[in-house]
Design a protein around this ligand. Structure first.
Ligand code: WT7
Length: 643
């Protein structure tokens, strides 16, 4: 069967786009490739405010990069202050909707005022440049306010997704050595209160380094306030002024740390700095989302993940657009909540994930059909490869057949979008993230680092440093080098496999390491396994990802219990809940399979490849000669799926 024809950009769209043709894209790409420093330097000057210009555009001592060396700038200034002398002063910066239906529209001027006031609160508590904060909040306006206030003073923040457990929160507080935790009494999710303060209390009980906890009021549930340590957000605000100049920060000042899963049990603290991150968050808004002054932009992610950092808060505010923020669950109170929001605020650009799209497909197209979605002009996808069937549905029922879809590939580590169509230029092939953005030296290579020919498969890598790249892992340079820069020397090893087709389009195939992608969220097998073996009944555990129609992958845990423990449903449920406590509810295994032994190599390494084959095909092919005890496989393969 011949491959379907790529979807060309609609004519009207191309005419008004930031990049309006493939020729224009190729020209930009070549320009950047020939002299990346000149390319990025010119844009940084043109697009951002600098208090002091830099002396050197790039300092690259692989794998350590510094961008705009010696320059000083401030993210909060670039997101807010500089818009206040323009027509954007009273433009909506944030349109917020709570799950119960309450709403708020915050102009740039008002947001600036709130950020300055809260920055003064932080200052008054003794926090300053170099301090670290943990932000554990629901999706309410106070969350971006807290981030921008930290950025204003040079306090490095780490936002922890509200679905994480007390245990996960605690390890992050300790790893970052944070002295302040900013949280809320609770948040709304599916009509219920998520008790964030109670969870924070549990975490803080074992974090003596936390001197202050600031609590915003959202759900008005009963909470405990520890005298001297816990403070009410509004009470603190009442005591300070709303004048607070942005601190001049070095371009390489750490803006934030965001924890993500890797191949060991310990999460990695991805460190992003200021100047370079600002630049690429800004440029990707213009190139990929083709932002126009009159646009209303909605990235429907959670700010707890990098997508929300770059495309709900920093990117949109840098370019002065209106960013929509929604607190709650997508199908609450009814499956049309998203479409209702788009209709109500006349959203022009929607950015969401394949897993969300698949869930909407299940709920049926009668829900989007109830609403006028004609304001939409562009759609985006992120988190995992989008399957062509989901692409078609998204294109037809949400985009009305008229909106290009940008399938954006990137990672927590890359800080901003790396591979994506440009909506006015790139002919789209559903399922392909297409081509790298200008200045991003993506390649597909074999293990020796040689580019694979068109039509070939290999490892996805980035050959040259880029401004928004992560600089290191918080407190762990050695792991930074080893995980990302040693597989193929001098080249950034992404951890994904990819194919380049005969036209040069890139198709990302998925992870090549022991990292799973569940609903667009990264989970590591090792992290889940160490959580499971911490349970008193468990002797050993091996976790794998199984293909799943809705969530992309689902967690399956093979568990060996200690002698005398019962392998029944009650135990399986107890273990599932245990993972909820150790990591967060979203990480609970879909399936627990009890086994008296796990397949291992003679050197004792668990052969997860075999387990994967067992759950997908119920048998094992391929090489098992390194297996220590062959009978294990027969016993495992004989088991029936429990669900
Ligand atoms: C991993 C990064 C950065 C946004 C959210 C996830 C997978 C992400 C795509 C895409 C195919 C994708 C990759 C990547 N991924 N976007 N458009 N097509 N795969 O961030 O948790 O850091 O995960 O998500 O496997 O390595 P993350």
């Amino acid at each position: 069967m011949p491959a379907p024809k790529p979807h060309k950009p609609p004519k009207g769209f191309a005419k008004n786009a930031t990049v309006g043709s493939m020729a224009a894209y190729e020209k930009l790409y070549e320009q950047a490739d020939r002299n990346p420093e000149a390319f990025w330097g010119k844009l940084a000057k043109q697009e951002l405010h600098w208090f002091k210009p830099w002396k050197k555009t790039l300092d690259w001592k692989a794998p350590f990069a510094k961008w705009f060396v010696g320059g000083t700038t401030n993210m909060s200034y670039n997101c807010l202050d500089r818009h206040l002398t323009t027509a954007r002063k009273n433009k909506a910066a944030i349109i917020w909707e709570g799950e119960p239906g309450d709403t708020e529209t915050i102009t740039y001027q008002e947001l600036h005022r709130r950020v300055c006031r809260f920055a003064n609160v932080l200052k008054k508590l003794g926090l300053r440049k170099g301090s670290r904060s943990i932000i554990y909040m629901p999706m309410i306006p106070e969350l971006p306010v807290a981030m921008l206030a930290c950025a204003r003073l040079g306090i490095t923040h780490s936002v922890v997704f509200g679905g994480f457990s007390a245990e996960a929160l605690k390890t992050r507080i300790i790893d970052l050595d944070a002295t302040v935790v900013i949280t809320a009494d609770g948040g709304w999710r599916r009509g219920k209160i998520v008790p964030l303060k109670a969870t924070t209390d549990e975490a803080m009980a074992e974090c003596p380094g936390v001197k202050h906890c600031i609590v915003a009021r959202r759900t008005n549930n009963d909470i405990k306030m520890k005298k001297g340590r816990d403070h009410d957000w509004s009470a603190l605000e009442a005591e300070v002024s709303d004048v607070c100049p942005a601190v001049e920060l070095d371009s390489e000042h750490p803006l934030y740390v965001l924890y993500t899963s890797g191949t060991t049990g310990k999460p990695k603290g991805i460190v992003h700095t200021t100047g370079g991150y600002q630049l690429q968050a800004n440029m990707s808004m213009k190139w990929v989302f083709d932002i126009k002054e009159e646009d209303t932009f909605w990235c429907a992610a959670d700010i707890g993940w990098v997508t929300g950092h770059s495309y709900i808060v920093y990117g949109p505010l840098l370019v002065g657009t209106t960013t929509v923020m929604y607190e709650g669950a997508p199908a609450h109170p009814e499956p049309d909540r998203f479409w209702r929001i788009i209709d109500k605020y006349k959203v022009n650009i929607l950015y969401t994930s394949p897993t969300a799209i698949r869930a909407f497909i299940r709920m049926g197209e009668q829900w989007p059909k109830k609403h006028d979605l004609s304001s939409l002009r562009l759609l985006g996808s992120v988190g995992e490869p989008i399957n062509p069937a989901a692409w078609d549905w998204y294109h037809e029922f949400i985009g009305g057949g008229r909106c290009p879809i940008v399938d954006t590939w990137w990672q927590t580590e890359t800080g901003s979008i790396m591979i994506s169509p440009l909506p006015g230029a790139t002919p789209l092939k559903p399922g392909s993230a297409t081509f790298p953005l200008p200045g991003v030296a993506v390649d597909v290579v074999d293990m020796a680092g040689n580019s694979v020919p068109k039509g070939g498969e290999g490892y996805l890598v980035i050959r040259k440093p880029w401004p928004s790249m992560f600089r290191t892992l918080w407190g762990d340079k050695a792991r930074f080098k080893k995980t990302y820069w040693s597989q193929i020397p001098g080249v950034y090893f992404v951890g994904d496999a990819a194919r380049r087709d005969k036209d040069g389009y890139i198709w990302v195939l998925g992870r090549v390491d022991d990292v799973m992608n569940v609903s667009g969220h990264r989970l590591s097998t090792a992290e889940l396994e160490s959580a499971l073996v911490k349970h008193k009944a468990v002797a050993e555990a091996a976790v794998i990802g199984k293909p799943h129609e809705l969530t992309g992958q689902a967690v399956v845990a093979f568990v060996t219990l200690k002698q005398g423990q019962k392998t029944d449903d009650a135990m399986a449920n107890a273990l599932r809940d245990w993972v909820g406590v150790e990591i967060g509810k979203f990480a609970r295994p879909e399936q627990i399979r009890f086994t008296d032994a796990l397949p291992k190599t003679r050197s004792g390494k668990i052969m997860r490849r075999l387990l994967r084959e067992i759950v997908t095909s119920d048998k094992v092919s391929g090489d098992i000669t390194t297996l220590e005890d062959l009978s294990v496989i027969n016993r495992l393969a004989g088991q029936q799926d429990e669900e």
